[in-house]
Design a protein around this ligand. Sequence first.
Ligand code: JFZ
Length: 615
Amino acid sequence: MLHEKNLQQIKPVIMKQLLFISILLLSVSVTTTAQKNTNERAQWFTESRFGMFIHWGVYSGAEGIWKGEKLRYDNDYAEWIYYRNQIARDEYVNLLDRFDWEEINPEEWVLLAKKAGMKYVTITAKHHDGFALWDSNVSDYDVAEFTNPKRDIIKELSEACKKHGLKLGLYYSHWVDWEHPNGWDHTREIYGIEAKEYDIYWQEKVMPQMRELLTNYGDIGLIWFDMWIHHSRSCVTKDQLMQLKSMIRELQPNCLVNSRLGLSVEEDRDIDFQTLGDNELGSKKKDHPWQTSGTVAHSWGFHALEKQWKSTTTLLQALINNVSLNGNFMLNIGPRANGDVPYEIAGRLKDMGKWLRINGEAIYGSQAFDLVKDQHDWGKITAKQDTGGKTKLYLHVFNWPLQKSLPVTGIKNKPAKAYLLADKEQTPIPIEQTGIMTRLSLPEKQPDPFVSVVVLEYDNFPEVENGLTAQTVYGGYSLLPEKATNSSGNTHIEKAKRFGSVPRHVKVTRKSNYQWRIYVDEPCTKFADVSYNFQGKIAKGTVTVKVDHTVIKQTIQPTGRTVGEPNQNWQIDCYKSHRIGKFKFPKAGYYDISLEINPAKNEETGFQWLWLGNQ
Ligand code: JFZ
Protein backbone atom coordinates (compact mmCIF):
# COMPACT_ATOMS: atom_id res chain seq x y z
CA MET A 1 0.00 0.00 0.00
CA LEU A 2 1.34 3.38 -0.94
CA HIS A 3 1.31 6.49 1.13
CA GLU A 4 -0.36 9.55 -0.29
CA LYS A 5 2.89 11.41 0.21
CA ASN A 6 4.78 8.87 -1.83
CA LEU A 7 2.15 8.75 -4.52
CA GLN A 8 2.58 12.41 -5.24
CA GLN A 9 6.24 11.89 -5.85
CA ILE A 10 5.81 9.11 -8.34
CA LYS A 11 5.86 10.22 -11.94
CA PRO A 12 2.96 9.19 -14.22
CA VAL A 13 5.16 6.81 -16.23
CA ILE A 14 6.15 4.95 -13.12
CA MET A 15 2.50 4.95 -12.05
CA LYS A 16 1.60 3.11 -15.25
CA GLN A 17 4.33 0.61 -14.65
CA LEU A 18 3.14 0.17 -11.10
CA LEU A 19 -0.41 -0.40 -12.28
CA PHE A 20 0.86 -3.00 -14.70
CA ILE A 21 2.88 -4.71 -12.02
CA SER A 22 -0.02 -4.73 -9.59
CA ILE A 23 -2.33 -6.25 -12.20
CA LEU A 24 0.30 -8.88 -12.77
CA LEU A 25 0.52 -9.51 -9.08
CA LEU A 26 -3.23 -9.64 -8.62
CA SER A 27 -3.49 -12.41 -11.15
CA VAL A 28 -1.17 -14.53 -9.02
CA SER A 29 -3.18 -16.06 -6.23
CA VAL A 30 -0.47 -15.89 -3.56
CA THR A 31 -0.33 -12.09 -3.38
CA THR A 32 -0.74 -10.94 0.16
CA THR A 33 -2.25 -7.67 1.24
CA ALA A 34 0.61 -5.55 2.51
CA GLN A 35 0.85 -4.26 6.04
CA LYS A 36 -0.80 -0.88 6.38
CA ASN A 37 1.30 2.27 6.88
CA THR A 38 4.41 0.78 5.34
CA ASN A 39 6.40 3.09 3.11
CA GLU A 40 6.92 1.64 -0.33
CA ARG A 41 10.67 1.52 0.26
CA ALA A 42 10.13 -0.46 3.50
CA GLN A 43 8.17 -3.29 1.87
CA TRP A 44 11.20 -5.57 1.76
CA PHE A 45 11.74 -4.91 5.45
CA THR A 46 8.27 -5.93 6.64
CA GLU A 47 8.42 -8.96 4.41
CA SER A 48 11.83 -10.01 5.75
CA ARG A 49 10.84 -10.08 9.42
CA PHE A 50 14.14 -11.54 10.60
CA GLY A 51 17.60 -9.98 10.47
CA MET A 52 21.05 -10.21 12.02
CA PHE A 53 22.69 -7.54 14.16
CA ILE A 54 26.48 -7.62 14.52
CA HIS A 55 28.27 -5.82 17.33
CA TRP A 56 31.95 -6.06 16.61
CA GLY A 57 34.70 -3.55 17.22
CA VAL A 58 37.74 -2.76 19.36
CA TYR A 59 35.75 -3.68 22.49
CA SER A 60 35.40 -7.27 21.20
CA GLY A 61 39.08 -7.68 22.09
CA ALA A 62 38.39 -6.84 25.74
CA GLU A 63 35.70 -9.52 26.15
CA GLY A 64 34.19 -7.62 29.07
CA ILE A 65 37.40 -7.62 31.12
CA TRP A 66 40.03 -4.86 31.40
CA LYS A 67 43.34 -5.41 33.19
CA GLY A 68 41.79 -8.26 35.10
CA GLU A 69 38.82 -6.21 36.20
CA LYS A 70 35.35 -7.16 35.05
CA LEU A 71 33.41 -4.51 33.19
CA ARG A 72 32.44 -1.86 35.73
CA TYR A 73 28.83 -1.16 36.43
CA ASP A 74 27.01 -4.44 36.96
CA ASN A 75 24.91 -5.73 34.17
CA ASP A 76 26.28 -3.34 31.62
CA TYR A 77 27.15 -4.00 28.01
CA ALA A 78 30.61 -5.26 27.06
CA GLU A 79 30.82 -2.73 24.21
CA TRP A 80 30.73 0.06 26.81
CA ILE A 81 33.98 -1.01 28.48
CA TYR A 82 35.98 1.98 27.19
CA TYR A 83 33.61 4.33 28.95
CA ARG A 84 32.85 2.24 32.02
CA ASN A 85 36.41 1.29 32.92
CA GLN A 86 37.80 4.74 32.09
CA ILE A 87 40.28 3.42 29.55
CA ALA A 88 42.79 5.78 27.93
CA ARG A 89 42.36 6.03 24.17
CA ASP A 90 45.92 4.96 23.34
CA GLU A 91 45.60 1.91 25.52
CA TYR A 92 42.18 1.05 24.15
CA VAL A 93 43.44 0.54 20.61
CA ASN A 94 46.09 -1.86 21.92
CA LEU A 95 43.20 -4.30 22.15
CA LEU A 96 43.49 -4.55 18.38
CA ASP A 97 46.66 -6.59 18.88
CA ARG A 98 44.42 -9.45 19.95
CA PHE A 99 42.65 -9.49 16.60
CA ASP A 100 43.49 -12.33 14.26
CA TRP A 101 43.17 -10.64 10.89
CA GLU A 102 43.89 -13.79 8.93
CA GLU A 103 40.97 -15.55 10.52
CA ILE A 104 38.53 -12.66 10.33
CA ASN A 105 36.17 -13.13 7.42
CA PRO A 106 32.88 -11.18 7.39
CA GLU A 107 31.52 -13.48 4.70
CA GLU A 108 31.21 -16.16 7.38
CA TRP A 109 28.84 -13.94 9.35
CA VAL A 110 26.75 -13.47 6.23
CA LEU A 111 26.71 -17.22 5.61
CA LEU A 112 25.57 -17.78 9.18
CA ALA A 113 22.81 -15.19 8.74
CA LYS A 114 21.71 -16.96 5.62
CA LYS A 115 21.70 -20.33 7.36
CA ALA A 116 19.62 -18.80 10.14
CA GLY A 117 16.99 -17.63 7.63
CA MET A 118 17.80 -13.98 8.21
CA LYS A 119 17.25 -11.57 5.34
CA TYR A 120 19.41 -8.63 6.34
CA VAL A 121 22.56 -7.92 8.31
CA THR A 122 23.24 -4.74 10.30
CA ILE A 123 26.77 -4.13 11.54
CA THR A 124 28.21 -1.53 13.91
CA ALA A 125 30.04 0.61 11.33
CA LYS A 126 30.83 2.99 14.17
CA HIS A 127 29.77 2.33 17.73
CA HIS A 128 29.94 4.76 20.68
CA ASP A 129 33.74 4.35 20.89
CA GLY A 130 33.96 6.32 17.64
CA PHE A 131 36.08 3.71 15.86
CA ALA A 132 35.24 3.22 12.17
CA LEU A 133 35.13 -0.30 10.73
CA TRP A 134 35.82 1.02 7.26
CA ASP A 135 38.64 2.90 5.56
CA SER A 136 37.55 6.41 6.46
CA ASN A 137 39.22 9.51 5.07
CA VAL A 138 37.49 11.58 7.69
CA SER A 139 39.22 10.10 10.69
CA ASP A 140 42.24 7.88 11.11
CA TYR A 141 40.52 6.30 14.08
CA ASP A 142 39.57 3.47 11.77
CA VAL A 143 40.33 -0.14 11.00
CA ALA A 144 42.45 0.65 7.94
CA GLU A 145 44.88 2.60 10.10
CA PHE A 146 45.49 -0.36 12.38
CA THR A 147 45.74 -3.20 9.86
CA ASN A 148 48.36 -4.22 7.39
CA PRO A 149 47.35 -4.88 4.69
CA LYS A 150 44.55 -2.38 5.23
CA ARG A 151 41.14 -3.85 5.96
CA ASP A 152 37.72 -2.40 5.28
CA ILE A 153 35.13 -4.51 7.09
CA ILE A 154 32.17 -2.61 5.67
CA LYS A 155 33.41 -3.21 2.16
CA GLU A 156 33.98 -6.90 2.81
CA LEU A 157 30.60 -7.28 4.42
CA SER A 158 28.77 -5.36 1.70
CA GLU A 159 30.33 -7.58 -0.95
CA ALA A 160 29.41 -10.72 0.95
CA CYS A 161 25.83 -9.50 1.39
CA LYS A 162 25.54 -8.80 -2.30
CA LYS A 163 26.99 -12.19 -3.18
CA HIS A 164 24.54 -14.04 -0.92
CA GLY A 165 21.45 -11.92 -1.54
CA LEU A 166 21.07 -10.23 1.85
CA LYS A 167 20.41 -6.57 2.51
CA LEU A 168 23.07 -4.59 4.33
CA GLY A 169 22.28 -2.34 7.27
CA LEU A 170 24.72 -0.01 9.00
CA TYR A 171 24.64 0.92 12.67
CA TYR A 172 26.09 4.39 13.14
CA SER A 173 26.32 6.02 16.57
CA HIS A 174 25.58 9.62 15.57
CA TRP A 175 24.83 11.06 19.00
CA VAL A 176 27.40 9.39 21.25
CA ASP A 177 31.06 9.46 20.23
CA TRP A 178 33.72 8.96 22.90
CA GLU A 179 36.62 9.57 20.57
CA HIS A 180 35.90 12.96 19.07
CA PRO A 181 36.65 15.74 21.59
CA ASN A 182 33.32 17.37 20.77
CA GLY A 183 31.19 14.24 20.56
CA TRP A 184 28.57 13.38 23.16
CA ASP A 185 29.99 11.50 26.09
CA HIS A 186 27.71 10.93 29.07
CA THR A 187 30.09 12.75 31.38
CA ARG A 188 28.89 15.82 29.46
CA GLU A 189 25.81 15.54 31.66
CA ILE A 190 28.14 16.83 34.36
CA TYR A 191 30.38 19.16 32.38
CA GLY A 192 27.99 20.29 29.66
CA ILE A 193 28.57 21.04 25.99
CA GLU A 194 27.97 24.15 23.90
CA ALA A 195 25.77 23.78 20.82
CA LYS A 196 28.56 25.32 18.73
CA GLU A 197 31.11 22.83 20.01
CA TYR A 198 28.84 19.87 19.34
CA ASP A 199 28.15 21.10 15.82
CA ILE A 200 31.88 20.90 15.05
CA TYR A 201 31.71 17.16 15.73
CA TRP A 202 28.55 16.91 13.66
CA GLN A 203 29.90 18.71 10.60
CA GLU A 204 33.41 17.36 10.85
CA LYS A 205 32.73 13.70 11.63
CA VAL A 206 29.08 12.61 11.39
CA MET A 207 28.13 14.22 8.09
CA PRO A 208 31.27 13.35 6.10
CA GLN A 209 31.47 9.81 7.52
CA MET A 210 27.84 9.17 6.70
CA ARG A 211 28.52 10.50 3.21
CA GLU A 212 31.33 7.98 2.80
CA LEU A 213 29.12 5.13 3.96
CA LEU A 214 26.30 6.15 1.64
CA THR A 215 28.60 6.61 -1.34
CA ASN A 216 31.23 3.90 -1.33
CA TYR A 217 29.43 0.70 -0.39
CA GLY A 218 26.62 0.21 -2.91
CA ASP A 219 23.00 -0.05 -1.84
CA ILE A 220 22.47 0.35 1.89
CA GLY A 221 19.25 -1.28 3.06
CA LEU A 222 18.98 0.63 6.31
CA ILE A 223 20.82 2.91 8.67
CA TRP A 224 20.36 2.03 12.29
CA PHE A 225 20.94 5.10 14.41
CA ASP A 226 21.17 4.82 18.14
CA MET A 227 19.82 7.74 20.08
CA TRP A 228 17.33 6.05 22.37
CA ILE A 229 15.86 9.25 23.74
CA HIS A 230 13.94 11.87 21.81
CA HIS A 231 16.23 14.53 20.31
CA SER A 232 14.56 17.24 22.40
CA ARG A 233 16.18 15.68 25.47
CA SER A 234 19.62 15.54 23.86
CA CYS A 235 22.31 17.91 22.62
CA VAL A 236 21.41 17.10 19.01
CA THR A 237 19.15 19.62 17.27
CA LYS A 238 16.31 18.81 14.95
CA ASP A 239 18.12 20.78 12.23
CA GLN A 240 21.13 18.52 12.53
CA LEU A 241 18.94 15.45 12.28
CA MET A 242 17.13 16.84 9.27
CA GLN A 243 20.42 17.69 7.61
CA LEU A 244 21.52 14.09 8.08
CA LYS A 245 18.21 12.62 6.93
CA SER A 246 18.13 14.82 3.80
CA MET A 247 21.58 13.61 2.86
CA ILE A 248 20.45 10.01 3.20
CA ARG A 249 17.36 10.67 1.07
CA GLU A 250 19.51 12.40 -1.52
CA LEU A 251 22.28 9.81 -1.76
CA GLN A 252 20.23 6.66 -1.18
CA PRO A 253 16.51 7.27 -1.57
CA ASN A 254 15.69 3.63 -0.82
CA CYS A 255 17.64 3.43 2.41
CA LEU A 256 15.51 3.00 5.55
CA VAL A 257 16.00 5.08 8.67
CA ASN A 258 14.98 3.95 12.18
CA SER A 259 13.34 5.98 14.92
CA ARG A 260 16.52 6.05 17.02
CA LEU A 261 17.63 8.81 14.72
CA GLY A 262 15.86 10.73 17.47
CA LEU A 263 12.50 11.30 15.80
CA SER A 264 9.41 9.19 16.41
CA VAL A 265 7.41 7.58 13.62
CA GLU A 266 4.40 9.51 14.88
CA GLU A 267 5.97 12.95 14.43
CA ASP A 268 7.77 12.20 11.18
CA ARG A 269 6.10 9.81 8.75
CA ASP A 270 9.32 9.74 6.80
CA ILE A 271 10.93 7.61 9.53
CA ASP A 272 10.66 4.11 8.11
CA PHE A 273 10.49 1.95 11.17
CA GLN A 274 10.28 2.19 14.92
CA THR A 275 12.97 0.64 17.10
CA LEU A 276 11.78 -0.65 20.45
CA GLY A 277 13.94 -0.71 23.58
CA ASP A 278 16.71 -3.31 23.61
CA ASN A 279 15.24 -6.80 23.97
CA GLU A 280 11.81 -5.24 24.41
CA LEU A 281 9.24 -7.43 22.71
CA GLY A 282 6.08 -6.06 21.18
CA SER A 283 2.96 -6.04 23.29
CA LYS A 284 0.42 -4.56 20.92
CA LYS A 285 -0.24 -4.59 17.22
CA LYS A 286 1.01 -1.58 15.27
CA ASP A 287 0.30 -0.82 11.64
CA HIS A 288 3.64 0.86 10.94
CA PRO A 289 6.83 -1.22 10.64
CA TRP A 290 8.73 -1.78 13.86
CA GLN A 291 11.53 -3.90 15.17
CA THR A 292 12.99 -5.35 18.32
CA SER A 293 16.72 -5.85 18.53
CA GLY A 294 17.63 -8.72 20.77
CA THR A 295 20.65 -10.48 22.17
CA VAL A 296 21.19 -14.16 22.86
CA ALA A 297 22.80 -13.46 26.25
CA HIS A 298 22.89 -9.86 27.53
CA SER A 299 25.70 -7.75 26.04
CA TRP A 300 25.84 -6.89 22.36
CA GLY A 301 29.61 -7.08 22.01
CA PHE A 302 31.26 -10.37 23.06
CA HIS A 303 31.46 -10.79 26.84
CA ALA A 304 33.50 -13.71 28.16
CA LEU A 305 31.66 -13.88 31.48
CA GLU A 306 28.07 -13.89 30.27
CA LYS A 307 26.71 -17.39 29.88
CA GLN A 308 22.98 -17.01 30.44
CA TRP A 309 21.95 -17.85 26.89
CA LYS A 310 18.31 -17.57 25.91
CA SER A 311 17.02 -20.83 24.54
CA THR A 312 16.20 -21.40 20.86
CA THR A 313 12.54 -21.66 21.87
CA THR A 314 12.69 -18.30 23.64
CA LEU A 315 14.29 -16.68 20.61
CA LEU A 316 11.83 -18.25 18.18
CA GLN A 317 8.91 -17.18 20.33
CA ALA A 318 10.29 -13.64 20.36
CA LEU A 319 10.36 -13.63 16.57
CA ILE A 320 6.88 -15.13 16.31
CA ASN A 321 5.43 -12.78 18.92
CA ASN A 322 6.72 -9.77 17.01
CA VAL A 323 5.48 -10.97 13.62
CA SER A 324 2.07 -11.63 15.19
CA LEU A 325 2.01 -7.89 15.99
CA ASN A 326 3.48 -6.70 12.65
CA GLY A 327 7.02 -6.42 13.96
CA ASN A 328 10.49 -7.61 13.01
CA PHE A 329 13.19 -9.24 15.09
CA MET A 330 16.87 -8.49 14.61
CA LEU A 331 19.00 -10.91 16.57
CA ASN A 332 22.52 -9.98 17.58
CA ILE A 333 25.78 -11.86 17.32
CA GLY A 334 28.88 -10.59 19.09
CA PRO A 335 31.79 -12.29 17.32
CA ARG A 336 35.13 -12.62 19.10
CA ALA A 337 38.28 -10.77 18.06
CA ASN A 338 39.19 -13.64 15.72
CA GLY A 339 35.82 -13.40 14.02
CA ASP A 340 34.42 -16.55 15.66
CA VAL A 341 30.79 -16.57 16.62
CA PRO A 342 30.35 -18.32 19.99
CA TYR A 343 28.95 -21.81 19.50
CA GLU A 344 26.06 -21.04 21.87
CA ILE A 345 24.92 -18.30 19.49
CA ALA A 346 25.71 -20.00 16.18
CA GLY A 347 24.00 -23.22 17.32
CA ARG A 348 20.79 -21.42 18.18
CA LEU A 349 20.84 -19.48 14.93
CA LYS A 350 21.24 -22.66 12.93
CA ASP A 351 18.34 -24.26 14.80
CA MET A 352 16.20 -21.23 14.03
CA GLY A 353 17.20 -21.56 10.38
CA LYS A 354 16.16 -25.23 10.39
CA TRP A 355 12.81 -24.23 11.84
CA LEU A 356 12.38 -21.47 9.28
CA ARG A 357 13.16 -23.77 6.37
CA ILE A 358 10.05 -25.72 7.36
CA ASN A 359 7.90 -22.97 8.86
CA GLY A 360 9.18 -19.86 7.09
CA GLU A 361 5.89 -19.41 5.26
CA ALA A 362 4.35 -18.43 8.60
CA ILE A 363 6.98 -15.70 9.14
CA TYR A 364 8.20 -14.15 5.88
CA GLY A 365 5.58 -11.84 4.40
CA SER A 366 3.21 -12.72 7.24
CA GLN A 367 1.56 -10.25 9.52
CA ALA A 368 -0.76 -9.70 12.44
CA PHE A 369 -4.25 -11.16 12.44
CA ASP A 370 -6.92 -9.03 13.98
CA LEU A 371 -7.77 -10.88 17.15
CA VAL A 372 -7.26 -9.06 20.42
CA LYS A 373 -3.85 -9.45 21.97
CA ASP A 374 -3.08 -12.43 24.17
CA GLN A 375 -6.23 -14.07 22.89
CA HIS A 376 -4.94 -17.56 23.36
CA ASP A 377 -2.80 -19.08 26.06
CA TRP A 378 -1.44 -21.76 23.71
CA GLY A 379 0.53 -19.39 21.45
CA LYS A 380 0.35 -16.76 18.72
CA ILE A 381 -1.25 -16.31 15.30
CA THR A 382 0.29 -14.88 12.13
CA ALA A 383 -1.60 -14.42 8.86
CA LYS A 384 -1.38 -14.14 5.11
CA GLN A 385 -4.26 -12.81 3.11
CA ASP A 386 -4.73 -12.07 -0.54
CA THR A 387 -6.85 -9.20 -1.78
CA GLY A 388 -9.71 -11.59 -2.59
CA GLY A 389 -9.91 -12.77 0.99
CA LYS A 390 -8.18 -16.12 0.69
CA THR A 391 -6.55 -16.42 4.08
CA LYS A 392 -4.05 -18.61 5.79
CA LEU A 393 -3.77 -18.40 9.54
CA TYR A 394 -0.70 -19.86 11.16
CA LEU A 395 -1.27 -21.06 14.69
CA HIS A 396 2.08 -21.16 16.43
CA VAL A 397 1.45 -23.65 19.22
CA PHE A 398 3.98 -22.93 21.95
CA ASN A 399 2.69 -25.75 24.15
CA TRP A 400 1.20 -28.82 22.49
CA PRO A 401 -1.99 -29.46 24.52
CA LEU A 402 -1.90 -32.63 26.59
CA GLN A 403 -5.38 -33.73 25.50
CA LYS A 404 -4.70 -32.73 21.85
CA SER A 405 -7.65 -30.41 21.54
CA LEU A 406 -6.88 -26.85 20.48
CA PRO A 407 -9.56 -24.18 20.92
CA VAL A 408 -9.48 -21.09 18.68
CA THR A 409 -11.85 -18.41 19.94
CA GLY A 410 -13.32 -15.61 17.86
CA ILE A 411 -13.63 -16.70 14.22
CA LYS A 412 -17.09 -17.28 12.76
CA ASN A 413 -16.12 -19.26 9.67
CA LYS A 414 -15.17 -22.89 9.62
CA PRO A 415 -11.80 -23.22 7.91
CA ALA A 416 -11.78 -25.06 4.60
CA LYS A 417 -8.69 -26.96 5.68
CA ALA A 418 -6.39 -27.48 8.63
CA TYR A 419 -3.01 -29.19 8.57
CA LEU A 420 0.47 -29.05 10.04
CA LEU A 421 2.83 -26.73 8.20
CA ALA A 422 5.55 -29.36 8.62
CA ASP A 423 3.40 -31.99 6.89
CA LYS A 424 4.06 -32.01 3.14
CA GLU A 425 1.02 -34.26 2.59
CA GLN A 426 -1.16 -31.72 4.37
CA THR A 427 -3.01 -34.53 6.16
CA PRO A 428 -6.29 -32.95 7.29
CA ILE A 429 -6.64 -32.11 10.96
CA PRO A 430 -10.26 -32.67 12.07
CA ILE A 431 -12.10 -29.39 12.68
CA GLU A 432 -15.20 -28.85 14.74
CA GLN A 433 -16.88 -25.45 14.38
CA THR A 434 -19.46 -24.29 16.93
CA GLY A 435 -20.43 -20.66 16.59
CA ILE A 436 -17.18 -18.76 16.88
CA MET A 437 -15.26 -21.65 18.38
CA THR A 438 -12.98 -23.63 16.12
CA ARG A 439 -11.75 -26.78 17.78
CA LEU A 440 -8.92 -28.77 16.28
CA SER A 441 -8.09 -32.39 17.07
CA LEU A 442 -4.33 -32.33 16.95
CA PRO A 443 -2.15 -35.34 16.19
CA GLU A 444 -0.64 -37.16 19.15
CA LYS A 445 2.93 -35.95 18.57
CA GLN A 446 3.94 -32.37 17.97
CA PRO A 447 5.94 -32.16 14.76
CA ASP A 448 8.57 -29.74 16.07
CA PRO A 449 10.57 -29.67 19.31
CA PHE A 450 10.44 -25.85 19.48
CA VAL A 451 7.19 -24.48 18.09
CA SER A 452 4.72 -26.43 15.95
CA VAL A 453 2.63 -24.59 13.39
CA VAL A 454 -0.93 -25.46 12.36
CA VAL A 455 -2.32 -23.86 9.20
CA LEU A 456 -5.96 -22.88 8.86
CA GLU A 457 -7.10 -22.08 5.32
CA TYR A 458 -10.15 -19.99 4.54
CA ASP A 459 -11.63 -19.28 1.11
CA ASN A 460 -12.90 -15.86 2.17
CA PHE A 461 -11.93 -13.25 4.75
CA PRO A 462 -12.61 -14.92 8.09
CA GLU A 463 -15.08 -12.92 10.12
CA VAL A 464 -13.76 -12.03 13.53
CA GLU A 465 -15.61 -11.47 16.78
CA ASN A 466 -13.46 -9.12 18.77
CA GLY A 467 -13.50 -8.34 22.45
CA LEU A 468 -13.95 -11.88 23.71
CA THR A 469 -11.84 -13.51 26.36
CA ALA A 470 -10.61 -16.73 24.78
CA GLN A 471 -11.16 -20.13 26.31
CA THR A 472 -7.93 -21.42 27.82
CA VAL A 473 -6.38 -24.54 26.40
CA TYR A 474 -7.64 -26.81 29.21
CA GLY A 475 -11.08 -25.21 29.36
CA GLY A 476 -12.07 -22.37 31.66
CA TYR A 477 -11.73 -18.63 31.30
CA SER A 478 -9.23 -16.36 32.96
CA LEU A 479 -11.01 -13.03 33.38
CA LEU A 480 -8.41 -10.40 34.19
CA PRO A 481 -9.22 -6.77 34.90
CA GLU A 482 -7.07 -5.64 31.94
CA LYS A 483 -9.10 -7.84 29.60
CA ALA A 484 -12.45 -6.39 30.68
CA THR A 485 -14.39 -4.89 27.78
CA ASN A 486 -16.08 -2.50 30.14
CA SER A 487 -15.25 -1.33 33.60
CA SER A 488 -16.11 1.42 36.03
CA GLY A 489 -14.76 2.61 39.36
CA ASN A 490 -11.12 1.63 39.95
CA THR A 491 -9.47 0.35 36.79
CA HIS A 492 -5.76 1.12 37.17
CA ILE A 493 -3.64 -2.04 37.05
CA GLU A 494 -0.87 -2.10 39.65
CA LYS A 495 2.32 -3.81 38.52
CA ALA A 496 3.45 -7.07 40.05
CA LYS A 497 5.80 -6.50 42.97
CA ARG A 498 8.03 -8.47 45.30
CA PHE A 499 9.05 -11.05 42.71
CA GLY A 500 5.41 -11.44 41.71
CA SER A 501 4.29 -12.43 45.20
CA VAL A 502 2.17 -9.33 44.99
CA PRO A 503 0.60 -10.05 41.60
CA ARG A 504 -0.84 -7.56 39.13
CA HIS A 505 -4.09 -6.27 40.58
CA VAL A 506 -6.48 -3.36 40.85
CA LYS A 507 -6.65 -1.48 44.14
CA VAL A 508 -10.37 -1.23 44.73
CA THR A 509 -11.32 1.61 47.05
CA ARG A 510 -14.87 2.27 45.83
CA LYS A 511 -17.64 0.33 44.16
CA SER A 512 -16.13 -1.02 40.93
CA ASN A 513 -17.45 -3.12 38.12
CA TYR A 514 -15.77 -5.22 35.43
CA GLN A 515 -17.38 -6.95 32.47
CA TRP A 516 -16.24 -9.62 30.07
CA ARG A 517 -17.74 -11.51 27.21
CA ILE A 518 -17.06 -15.19 26.61
CA TYR A 519 -18.29 -17.84 24.23
CA VAL A 520 -19.24 -21.27 25.52
CA ASP A 521 -19.30 -24.04 22.93
CA GLU A 522 -21.44 -26.58 24.81
CA PRO A 523 -23.92 -26.56 27.68
CA CYS A 524 -22.04 -26.72 30.95
CA THR A 525 -21.74 -25.66 34.58
CA LYS A 526 -18.76 -23.66 35.73
CA PHE A 527 -17.43 -22.63 39.10
CA ALA A 528 -16.57 -19.01 39.68
CA ASP A 529 -13.53 -18.18 41.82
CA VAL A 530 -12.28 -14.70 42.64
CA SER A 531 -8.76 -13.94 43.79
CA TYR A 532 -8.43 -10.93 46.05
CA ASN A 533 -6.54 -9.47 48.95
CA PHE A 534 -8.32 -7.96 51.94
CA GLN A 535 -6.43 -6.96 55.06
CA GLY A 536 -9.45 -6.11 57.25
CA LYS A 537 -9.84 -7.99 60.55
CA ILE A 538 -13.41 -9.16 59.90
CA ALA A 539 -15.37 -9.98 56.75
CA LYS A 540 -16.64 -6.76 55.24
CA GLY A 541 -17.71 -5.41 51.85
CA THR A 542 -19.07 -7.54 49.00
CA VAL A 543 -18.06 -9.27 45.83
CA THR A 544 -20.82 -10.04 43.33
CA VAL A 545 -20.60 -12.21 40.21
CA LYS A 546 -23.33 -12.11 37.62
CA VAL A 547 -23.73 -14.45 34.66
CA ASP A 548 -26.74 -13.55 32.55
CA HIS A 549 -29.50 -13.32 35.15
CA THR A 550 -27.90 -15.36 37.89
CA VAL A 551 -26.36 -13.27 40.65
CA ILE A 552 -24.25 -14.53 43.54
CA LYS A 553 -23.09 -12.15 46.24
CA GLN A 554 -20.54 -12.86 48.93
CA THR A 555 -18.94 -11.03 51.81
CA ILE A 556 -15.26 -10.23 51.34
CA GLN A 557 -13.14 -12.37 53.68
CA PRO A 558 -9.86 -11.36 55.31
CA THR A 559 -7.02 -13.00 53.37
CA GLY A 560 -4.19 -12.68 55.89
CA ARG A 561 -0.49 -12.55 55.26
CA THR A 562 2.24 -14.82 54.00
CA VAL A 563 6.01 -14.91 54.50
CA GLY A 564 7.89 -13.70 51.45
CA GLU A 565 11.29 -15.12 52.22
CA PRO A 566 11.99 -17.27 55.27
CA ASN A 567 14.09 -15.63 58.03
CA GLN A 568 13.98 -12.18 56.46
CA ASN A 569 11.18 -10.76 58.58
CA TRP A 570 9.32 -10.12 55.38
CA GLN A 571 5.55 -10.52 55.22
CA ILE A 572 3.30 -9.99 52.26
CA ASP A 573 -0.40 -9.23 52.07
CA CYS A 574 -1.90 -12.39 50.65
CA TYR A 575 -3.97 -12.94 47.53
CA LYS A 576 -6.30 -15.92 47.82
CA SER A 577 -8.80 -17.61 45.56
CA HIS A 578 -12.39 -17.64 46.89
CA ARG A 579 -15.10 -19.87 45.50
CA ILE A 580 -18.15 -17.73 44.77
CA GLY A 581 -20.42 -20.48 43.45
CA LYS A 582 -21.73 -22.43 40.48
CA PHE A 583 -23.17 -20.95 37.28
CA LYS A 584 -25.13 -22.70 34.57
CA PHE A 585 -24.47 -22.16 30.88
CA PRO A 586 -27.54 -23.91 29.48
CA LYS A 587 -26.61 -23.73 25.79
CA ALA A 588 -23.75 -22.87 23.47
CA GLY A 589 -23.48 -19.13 22.93
CA TYR A 590 -22.23 -15.80 24.21
CA TYR A 591 -22.38 -14.93 27.89
CA ASP A 592 -21.75 -11.64 29.61
CA ILE A 593 -19.98 -11.94 32.90
CA SER A 594 -19.77 -9.14 35.38
CA LEU A 595 -18.05 -8.71 38.67
CA GLU A 596 -18.72 -6.01 41.22
CA ILE A 597 -16.49 -5.29 44.13
CA ASN A 598 -17.96 -3.06 46.78
CA PRO A 599 -15.35 -2.56 49.48
CA ALA A 600 -16.34 -1.46 52.94
CA LYS A 601 -15.67 2.19 53.66
CA ASN A 602 -11.91 2.89 53.99
CA GLU A 603 -11.13 -0.79 53.53
CA GLU A 604 -9.32 -1.39 50.29
CA THR A 605 -9.57 -4.70 48.40
CA GLY A 606 -7.00 -5.83 45.84
CA PHE A 607 -8.70 -7.59 42.92
CA GLN A 608 -6.61 -10.00 40.86
CA TRP A 609 -8.82 -12.22 38.70
CA LEU A 610 -12.10 -14.01 38.19
CA TRP A 611 -11.75 -17.60 37.02
CA LEU A 612 -14.54 -19.63 35.46
CA GLY A 613 -13.48 -23.26 35.56
CA ASN A 614 -14.66 -26.83 35.54
CA GLN A 615 -13.62 -27.91 39.00
C1 JFZ B 1 22.32 0.98 22.81
C2 JFZ B 1 23.82 0.96 22.89
O1 JFZ B 1 24.24 1.79 23.92
C3 JFZ B 1 24.29 -0.46 23.08
O2 JFZ B 1 25.69 -0.50 23.18
C4 JFZ B 1 23.82 -1.31 21.92
O3 JFZ B 1 24.44 -0.86 20.73
C5 JFZ B 1 22.31 -1.23 21.83
C6 JFZ B 1 21.78 -1.92 20.61
O4 JFZ B 1 21.85 0.12 21.78
O5 JFZ B 1 21.83 0.70 24.09
C7 JFZ B 1 20.54 0.88 24.44
C8 JFZ B 1 19.65 1.57 23.65
C9 JFZ B 1 18.32 1.69 24.04
C10 JFZ B 1 17.87 1.12 25.20
C11 JFZ B 1 18.74 0.42 26.01
C12 JFZ B 1 20.07 0.32 25.63
N1 JFZ B 1 16.52 1.25 25.54
O6 JFZ B 1 15.77 1.97 24.86
O7 JFZ B 1 16.04 0.60 26.47
